[in-house]
Design a protein around this ligand. Structure first.
Ligand SMILES: Nc1nc2c(ncn2[C@@H]2O[C@H](COP(=O)(O)OP(=O)(O)O)[C@@H](O)[C@H]2O)c(=O)[nH]1
Ligand SMILES: [Mg+2]
Length: 181
């Protein structure tokens, strides 16, 4: 039977959410971007203020609806609406950000419900720009917070790497679906 999954792609501004969705999607990505009015936080001229949307069909039948959700705290309420419908979360973290481990902590708190109910994978981008912290540091932090989650270093511009991350997430969602009846 074919399945349909809603997957959220979350993470701070500049982590590669829009790029990752574009790398995965087989339809033209619906992008809602606007001029960045928060240049103090990030120098990007365009930033996501609403949603990015893309779709991918897995193994010929299962469809994944991908929603990129805003990275700025002032849009928090939008995360909550979609989170209720989602089964999986791809959390992207920018390794070149000032405090990526702090970002991890913050997003784990925000998405605690989805983490409990669904599945989560973590993709660390920009390791080419900033190799530290390494994935072991993320793993340690996750262990401290009582979680075991897959952590991948990846480049959001590389479709194959993003597909690997999504494939892992879908496998976790399916494992949950068969164990939690
Ligand atoms: N150097 C480098 N650039 C990346 C990587 N992943 C994404 N980018 C770039 O980072 C920029 C921000 O990505 P974007 O998708 O707009 O981030 P968003 O704010 O999370 O949607 C884009 O120019 C991407 O091409 C990576 O692993 N390394
Ligand atoms: Mg974006």
């Amino acid at each position: 039977m074919s399945q349909e999954y809603i997957v959220l792609v979350a993470g701070p501004m500049g982590a590669g959410k829009t790029t990752a969705i574009a790398a995965l999607s087989e339809i033209p990505v619906v992008r809602t971007e606007a001029r960045n009015t928060d240049l103090a936080r990030h120098s990007k001229a365009l930033t996501t203020v609403a949603l990015d949307y893309g779709e991918i069909t897995l193994s010929g039948h299962d469809k994944v609806r991908l929603y990129g959700v805003p990275g700025q705290e002032r849009f928090d309420f939008m995360w909550k609406i979609l989170e209720r419908r989602a089964l999986g979360l791809m959390l992207l973290l920018d390794n070149a950000a000032p405090d990526p481990i702090g970002d991890l902590d913050r997003y784990l708190k925000v998405f605690a419900d989805l983490d409990q109910r669904g599945a989560m994978v973590i993709g660390v981008t920009r390791t080419d720009v900033n190799p530290q912290p390494d994935t072991e540091t993320y793993n340690e932090r996750l262990r401290e917070s009582g979680r075991v989650l897959p952590v991948f270093a990846l480049d959001a511009r590389e479709p194959r790497q993003v597909r690997t991350l999504l494939g892992t997430l879908v496998a976790l969602v399916e494992a949950r679906a068969t164990t939690v009846v």
